[in-house]
Design a protein around this ligand. Structure first.
Ligand SMILES: [Zn+2]
Length: 246
């Protein structure tokens, strides 16, 4: 961040970052910006397009207000590579949030993005000793913001949810977007492919997107390293783009 001209010059990586940047640059209060963008999106405009339109209306350069899906995916991947036990804890919390019925519910497509990137992460160092990582809450909140932002950019949405791959999706993120779309369709049809063993099961019998068998195996597995308190806690960050914009 080099704020030499009094303007914010950092690159935005989440929807919230981008809204804060345009609020800062236009002088329009953040809440007002969020309200206008929400309204535009409810009318069918894309997130980036509506932000850029606001930029143009205020005499700013539209190209300064964009988000890069590849950069967001890289940041998610970087966090997941930091620490093995932290990544396990983040996975457990996100698994809880995706099945939550409350306001903290993580949209399944955001969780699918998380799973896609997680499956590509292989070289996370295992730590020696059993000191818990100390910034899990912060990292989890960040992952939620990054995954909800990424899925809103690479997938095509309507009021029913994900309906395809966004035409703005860069080639490098197309495989992720396609997989998110497939998994979303499967879930919408009431079926689910267990993320652990791969069996097709009825979605209503899953827990954190695991079949009941894998879930009970996981709960018994003390090497998983999570106390009951950690497995049941919830309420990290905002859980959807819609909430975030309010
Ligand atoms: Zn299973």
């Amino acid at each position: 961040m080099f704020a030499t001209t009094g303007k914010v010059h950092h690159l935005s990586t989440t929807a919230r970052d981008l809204l804060q940047k345009i609020a800062h640059d236009t002088g329009i209060p953040y809440r007002e910006v969020a309200k206008r963008i929400n309204k535009a999106m409810a009318d069918g405009e894309g997130f980036i397009q509506s932000v850029q339109r606001l930029a143009i209306e205020n005499g700013l350069k539209e190209n300064d207000y964009s988000l890069n899906p590849v950069q967001i995916a890289n940041e998610i991947s970087k966090i997941l590579k930091e620490d093995y036990s932290q990544t396990l804890m983040i996975s457990a919390v996100l698994g809880q949030l995706v099945e939550s019925q409350g306001e903290d519910r993580l949209p399944p497509p955001a969780f699918f993005v998380f799973l896609e990137i997680l499956s590509d992460v292989t070289d996370t160092p295992r730590r020696v000793g059993d000191n818990p990582p100390n910034n899990v809450d912060e990292s989890t909140t960040r992952i939620i913001e990054l995954t909800t932002t990424l899925v809103s950019l690479i997938c095509e949405w309507n009021e029913t949810g994900v309906v395809g791959v966004s035409k703005d999706c860069p080639p490098r993120a197309r495989d992720i977007a396609r997989s998110v779309f497939r998994k979303t369709k499967l879930l919408q049809s009431g079926l689910w492919c267990c993320v652990s063993c791969g069996r097709i099961v009825e979605a209503k019998h899953t827990r954190a997107l695991l079949c009941s068998e894998c879930d009970s195996n996981l709960s018994d597995d003390t090497t998983f390293g999570l106390s009951e308190r950690e497995r049941t806690r919830s309420g990290y960050g905002r859980s959807s783009l819609g909430d975030e914009l309010e």
